[in-house]
Unconditional design. Structure first.
Length: 255
């Protein structure tokens, strides 16, 4: 069971893009389907080593509230943890980075809202993906709030965009680099189609809201693809974990 470790930190920024989980209406995508779509996306949180989430008391636009930060990339979680240990060594002594699937964050937020507690998850996207989505009109601030961009391949038809599919699936990439690689592959297979295709930006909070309010065929085909950086980070974390000793245990000699 995840609980919270509260540490006060003032964060400057714009409005907070919280995960807002509303009760699922009859026409919404079933909860099991939403969880299935989110479970392959890793996110990085700060915990106290026993499963308790770090919560921050943040100030934005003159208002103070509690949030639970969720980082889309390991390096951002590591930077925050390093600063936290430097600024508040006693409070953060047992703090560590914990990897959880995005589906777990979704389920925890649903449980929190049922119990009417104050746990609110806030996503922190990487600076590079914000740049890729052209969302940085001003210099990047690590302690500011930004929406999490998603990248998809689409073709403009009249006044709307139609997504490009493969094997009846529509990928939503967490990283633009993978979207570009996929677009390059499409161009080789179908140059005429690819000539009209382009990378468009959507947002994670918009997609989640859509999952919770609608259920239509095209939505069933959406697949979230984690960034290469996050997947590689997990591989490095797993490689860095100590391996069990292969030395056979010795037994005491018989008397």
């Amino acid at each position: 069971m995840y609980k919270s470790l509260i540490i006060p930190i003032a964060i400057l920024g714009l409005s907070i893009p919280l995960i807002s989980i509303a009760p699922l209406p009859a026409q919404a995508l079933p909860k099991a389907k939403i969880v299935e779509k989110l479970q392959k996306v890793p996110v990085f949180t700060i915990t106290n080593g026993t499963g308790n989430f770090l919560q921050q008391s943040v100030t934005a636009n003159g208002k103070t509230r509690l949030i639970t930060p969720v980082y889309m990339e390991l390096k951002d979680a590591a930077s925050f943890l390093k600063k936290l240990k430097k600024d508040q060594p006693k409070q953060s002594k047992v703090a560590q980075i914990t990897v959880v699937p995005l589906s777990e964050i979704y389920k925890l937020q649903m449980e929190a809202q049922k119990k009417s507690n104050n746990m609110s998850f806030v996503f922190f996207p990487s600076e590079q993906q914000l740049k890729n989505a052209n969302l940085l009109a001003k210099p990047y601030q690590a302690n500011a709030f930004y929406p999490v961009p998603l990248f998809m391949i689409a073709i403009k038809q009249q006044d709307k965009y139609v997504t490009v599919q493969e094997n009846n699936l529509t990928p939503l990439f967490m990283g633009k680099e993978q979207a570009q690689q996929w677009l390059d592959k499409v161009k080789k297979k179908d140059p005429k189609l690819a000539a009209k295709a382009e990378i468009k930006v959507n947002y994670l909070h918009v997609v989640l809201k859509d999952f919770q309010s609608q259920n239509y065929p095209a939505q069933q085909q959406l697949v979230l693809v984690p960034s290469t950086e996050s997947v590689e980070s997990i591989r490095k974390l797993q490689a860095a974990q100590p391996k069990p000793s292969s030395t056979p245990a010795t037994t005491a000699p018989k008397k």
